[in-house]
Design a protein around this ligand. Structure first.
Ligand code: PLP
Length: 261
């Protein structure tokens, strides 16, 4: 295998009223919304579900001073099985989020171990990460340097392998600044190609069908032709850090065959 980065044994462990607006962050370009909202008591929450490890300017997403949410679901760059993380902007915000995630209880789990009661003084949800999931996430975090290099390397390997295929457009990612989370392509006849590849045991998927076409959003539906066209053309190729270049060549060869008339 050419130039594949080798795993290494470790890495650093890194550990008035507001109206939230979610801004999806895939590590590609700064959003223009914040400037207009500053000073009006409106908090922008960055939805950085896919962007763990990516950079926004000189900083990692999450270290840019914004209220940021990451997802650590099973297919994300950093996984803990299921769960995620909020990066608060102040200790007050951190305190509020801690209470919110644990039924409004004011004391931490550690503090509660040493007292016979606890205080519930605000609204709360049962949203805490389980210790088992947290343990998985910490081990994955220790390996993240390797994960990051492998994902960039594999995405570039896909880009090279896909270049000669007619009729396939790679969905652009900047692998110098982003840690690729998916490898997506666009093509005509996506549904047929999807079925043919699945029939060969190749784990392609679609991320994501357009939200505005979901029945839950029917009351607000309006035509979004560009989104609808993309929704019909996108295909996610198998992508995770345990792939090899041989796997990629196999997927791309099968894709080429599925596309040929
Ligand atoms: C853009 C975006 N936001 C939020 C989420 C939700 O993440 P979670 O399932 O960890 O809550 C996802 C999941 O993939 C996502 O793609």
């Amino acid at each position: 295998m050419r130039d594949r980065p080798t795993p290494h044994g470790g890495g650093q462990r890194r550990h008035g009223r507001r109206h939230p607006r979610a801004v999806r962050r895939s590590g590609r370009r700064p959003h223009p919304i914040r400037a207009g909202l500053t000073g009006r008591g409106i908090a922008v929450i960055e939805d950085a579900a896919h962007a763990f490890g990516s950079r926004n300017g000189r900083h990692r997403v999450g270290a840019t001073g914004d209220l940021t949410c990451f997802s650590f679901g099973p297919i994300k760059n950093l996984t803990c099985g299921q769960g995620g993380m909020v990066i608060p902007r102040s200790s007050d915000e951190a305190d509020t989020i801690r209470r919110l995630r644990l039924l409004g209880v004011a004391q931490s789990q550690r503090e509660r171990a040493n007292i016979t009661t606890y205080r519930v003084d605000s609204f709360g949800l049962r949203y805490q990460l389980s210790s088992i999931n947290a343990a998985i996430g910490l081990v994955q975090l220790d390996r993240f340097d390797t994960t990051e290099r492998l994902r960039r390397f594999l995405w570039r390997a896909y880009r090279r392998a896909l270049a000669p295929l007619d009729g396939v457009t790679l969905v652009d990612v900047d692998p110098d600044r982003s840690v690729p989370h998916l490898c997506q392509v666009r093509m005509p006849h996506r549904d047929r190609v999807f079925q043919e590849l699945r029939a060969q045991g190749i784990g392609v998927g679609v991320h994501y069908p357009p939200n505005h076409l979901q029945p839950a959003f029917a009351p607000w539906r309006r035509p979004l032709p560009a989104t609808e066209q993309v929704g019909e053309e996108i295909l996610s190729l198998p992508f995770h850090q345990h792939l090899t270049e041989t796997d990629i060549d196999h997927v791309v060869a099968a894709l080429g065959q599925a596309l040929s008339p």
